[in-house]
Ligand binder design. Structure first.
Ligand code: GLU
Length: 481
């Protein structure tokens, strides 16, 4: 088999899209599986829409996902002269020609076809212009585009995912390869660059399938070896519609911001089209690299299921090294500028690791640690009204005040001792342990859901617990039933 050299070729007109990331992943997995090379090409030829910040952003997202290029990154805009040279070669070979129709004329032809309910196709009006006329027009400075002369017949190829694919050339118009402003068009740029980069397999989304016959025709016209093609299934959202940022976040960066782990997103995106053996859902990059084969890539579209992503991420959180997680949680806390977190004891690794081990079964993103476990880092200033209605009744008020006094006396602040103390206290005072626990939880967290109360008390430490209950009692005295 030929040396595997694949490329991911994003256009820096936006952030790295999850669909693009999935394409990159399949390229990367295939290259690594075959001991080949994974290359990156930034297709920045559109000067108006391509932004260098976006290129940098895309590369950061790629790096975050753990995919870096095995050779120097290629910036397509730097190859424009080479693309133009190849266009000239095609003219020289009689396989491309000057087309002098103006935009207005072309628009009119399109309108006419539409009025006649015909499919528009360029009518080759400039195909047979003689050399004299062409020279004259060029001397006059008449604007022109260069079109590729599509030969008769059909173009077929064996797509690695879809199998034999045939296009009738009569359905392909003589497409423009150089615009009237002198800029090369995607079709030629991509073929020249893939050829120059010695790309063996072009792996990309299904949306490029219709470009493939045009590109194959260009390879053939230039006498270049045609790479293999694999077109990956579309990714749809849960409503079976194209992913749209109105419904779901679509950039990798946003998933990072929302607290998903890179490995989990990588795993999830791999499942969008790839079915691992034994229908495993959680697998490491290393395992997938070993197992990856296009035989297990589906033809039909894949559904981007947010719930599944949440589940996969939660599984990764359970498996992750708490030290790494604590760094991520710490960054999130700092980013959110929570009040009181200048209290460095709440940001040290040891404390964060304790919080993480208590919470990790209950969360599905890094952000959830801070969202659902905010009270681990900052004192509650409000208390859930429904919780108070339910639990802060007359009977418990007096008992809770006494419990608070009692708590002050405990010097050995350990989980078992705290639990023992509360249960005995409840018994002596004729309330259920649960009744006390509910109020205690409200006072310490401001809400009615948390991990085990004694773990929580132990983690927060005595001073904080006493301070928070004191504040709670002050605040809820005013609470009216
Ligand atoms: N730059 C193209 C895109 O972002 C990809 C071209 C290709 O893979 O052939 O869709």
């Amino acid at each position: 088999m030929k040396e595997v050299r694949v490329r991911f070729a994003p256009s820096p007109t936006g952030f790295l899209h999850v669909g693009g990331a999935r394409t990159a992943i399949f390229n990367w997995l295939f290259a690594k599986n075959k001991g080949g090379k994974f290359l990156l090409r930034i297709e920045d030829t559109d000067p108006e829409r391509s932004k260098s910040e976006l290129s940098a952003q895309i590369l950061r997202s790629m790096e975050w996902l753990g995919m870096t290029a095995d050779e120097e990154i290629v910036y397509q805009a730097l190859n424009i002269n080479r693309h133009k040279k190849v266009v000239n070669e095609l003219i020289g070979l009689g396989k491309a020609y000057y087309a002098f129709e103006t935009q207005e004329e072309l628009d009119q032809m399109r309108k006419d076809a539409k009025a006649k309910k015909q499919q528009y196709k360029y009518n080759r009006a400039s195909l047979d212009l003689n050399t004299e006329t062409i020279k004259k027009y060029l001397a006059e400075g008449k604007p022109y585009a260069i079109r590729f002369k599509v030969p008769d017949g059909s173009t077929e190829f064996i797509d690695i995912v879809h199998g034999k694919t045939v296009f009738n050339n009569s359905e392909i118009e003589d497409f423009v390869i150089l615009r009237s402003d002198g800029s090369p068009v995607y079709q030629i740029a991509v073929v020249v660059d893939d050829h120059d980069m010695k790309i063996s397999h072009v792996i990309r989304g299904d949306d490029h399938l219709s470009n493939t016959p045009k590109q194959i025709l260009l390879y053939n016209a230039l006498g270049w070896e045609v790479p293999d093609f694999a077109h990956l299934p579309m990714i749809l959202d849960e409503q079976k519609k194209k992913l749209s940022k109105r419904r779901n976040p679509v950039s990798v960066e946003e998933y990072k911001k929302k607290g998903y782990l890179a490995e989990a997103l990588f795993n999830f995106l791999t499942l969008l089209g790839f079915a691992p053996e034994g229908n495993k859902e959680i697998f490491s990059k290393k395992e997938t690299t070993k197992e990856f084969t296009f035989e297990r890539v589906n033809k039909s579209s894949a559904v981007f299921d947010m719930k599944k992503l949440g589940w996969i991420n939660s599984e990764y959180l359970k498996l992750a090294d708490p030290i790494i997680l604590s760094g991520l949680v710490r960054n999130k806390i700092l980013e959110l500028k929570l009040p009181e977190v200048d209290d460095t004891t709440r940001l040290n690794i040891e404390y964060l690791c304790k919080v993480i081990s208590l919470m990790k079964e209950r969360v599905s993103t890094i952000n959830d640690f801070v969202e659902f476990g905010r009270y681990f880092f900052t004192a509650p200033v409000t208390f859930e009204e429904n919780g108070l209605q339910k639990h802060w009744n007359q009977k418990i008020r007096t008992v809770f005040l006494r419990y608070f006094d009692d708590l002050n006396e405990i010097s050995n602040w350990e989980i078992e001792i705290l639990e023992d103390h509360l249960r005995k206290f409840a018994e002596v005072n004729n309330v259920k342990a649960g009744e006390l626990i509910h109020v205690l939880r409200l006072s310490l967290t401001g809400i009615t859901i948390s991990p085990g109360i004694f773990d929580l008390m132990s983690i927060l430490d005595k001073e904080t617990v006493i301070k928070r209950i004191g504040y709670f009692l002050n605040r809820v005295q005013e609470f009216k039933f």
